[in-house]
Ligand binder design. Structure first.
Ligand SMILES: O=C(O)CCC(=O)C(=O)O
Length: 324
């Protein structure tokens, strides 16, 4: 019994050493990128250090501009969505789900995506037609977990119409403060693939709870462009984790945390798995824990429109058009 305890504790300490080794490795590989961020924009450093803490975030709010009152934001495609209700849900849960893209809009973006080559795993050398994913994996000799359109999506008028919809900016200004601005627009596929490495999954933000630390405050609007069920890699958001933040998730160097750790803190009921028909939209505060999941059987096509409050760092984004 004693031996068993010793064996267990040896195993536990070996595991702890391995974990700290991999933690150091994970931090070390990021150092060159951090230095690049710093050179590009010195204001990145205080954000990077302080925006993970609640006091730091509150401090930054002192410089926020007030948004104008909610009056009709202009012609929107989201008729019937009340921006005030959206902002209230964001404040309490970090998430609002229930936007609906008009069919003509999501069908046009999906048709554009079907006929346009995308880039696998954020790598411009891995260009393929989305309908030829299996052949492309064979041709490139590697798994292709994602397929991005990068700047090509700006050639799709329906995607531009979503990006420019005044309701999105209105919600962003009321949630993030008056200086909120559009930063990114991306459309991409997540593909079912049995062979993706952890590195590929991390790059694609799939399979691990994480929070985004690209700005002091951010909002991401997501829209499904195909029906998404449990097998299509639904997005998952941990409700309330943007607001009630455990100290160890503030004083942490890493943005990704194991599911067990996240659920222990925010509760097993806190994750919301977002499934729904093509056109479903939701908006989240990405400081809350969230992740995509790897599709089990059907590719997922999704659009993101992101807002922030600072000049975005080009490096932070994966090649999608950054709007300055
Ligand atoms: O693909 C997804 O659902 C996750 C995207 C994500 O985590 C992110 O944009 O930060």
């Amino acid at each position: 019994m004693k031996l068993a305890t010793k064996d267990n504790s040896d195993a536990t300490s070996l595991e702890a050493v391995a974990r700290s080794g991999s933690l150091l490795r994970r931090i070390a590989v990021r150092v060159p990128t951090y230095l690049k961020d710093l050179r590009e924009n010195p204001a990145w450093l205080p954000m990077f250090i302080l925006a993970r803490t609640m006091p730091g975030r509150r401090l930054h709010w002192l410089g926020a501009e007030r948004a104008r009152s909610f009056d009709s934001p202009g012609r929107t495609m989201f008729d019937g969505t009340d921006p005030e209700t959206v902002v209230e849900a964001l404040r309490s849960d970090g998430l609002f789900s229930g936007f609906l893209l008009p069919p003509a809009i999501h069908e046009e973006i999906a048709a554009f995506a079907q006929r346009t080559p995308c880039f696998g795993n954020f790598d411009r050398r891995l260009e393929f037609m989305p309908g030829e994913h299996t052949e492309a994996e064979r041709q490139f000799g590697r798994s292709l977990l994602s397929g991005h359109y990068f700047e090509r999506i700006l050639e799709c008028p329906a995607a531009l119409a979503v990006q420019k919809d005044p309701l999105l900016l209105d919600v962003a200004r009321h949630y993030l403060g008056g200086q909120a601005k559009l930063i990114t627009t991306r459309v991409w596929w997540s593909f079912p693939t049995g062979k993706a490495s952890d590195a590929d999954k991390n790059l694609a933000s799939l399979g691990k709870y994480h929070f985004d630390l690209d700005d002091w405050r951010m909002l991401k609007f997501f829209f499904y462009l195909v029906p998404v069920d449990a097998g299509t890699g639904p997005h998952v958001y941990v409700k309330g984790s943007q607001r009630r933040r455990a100290l160890r998730h503030q004083l942490t160097l890493l943005v990704g945390h194991p599911a067990e750790d996240v659920l222990n803190v925010y509760g097993p009921q806190s994750p919301v798995t977002l499934t729904g028909k093509a056109g479903l939209g939701f908006v989240e505060d990405p400081f809350g824990f969230h992740m995509g999941t790897v599709p089990a059987h059907t590719p997922r096509l999704m659009m993101e429109v992101g807002f922030g409050v600072s000049r975005p760092s080009r490096r932070r984004f994966h090649g999608e058009p950054v709007i300055r």
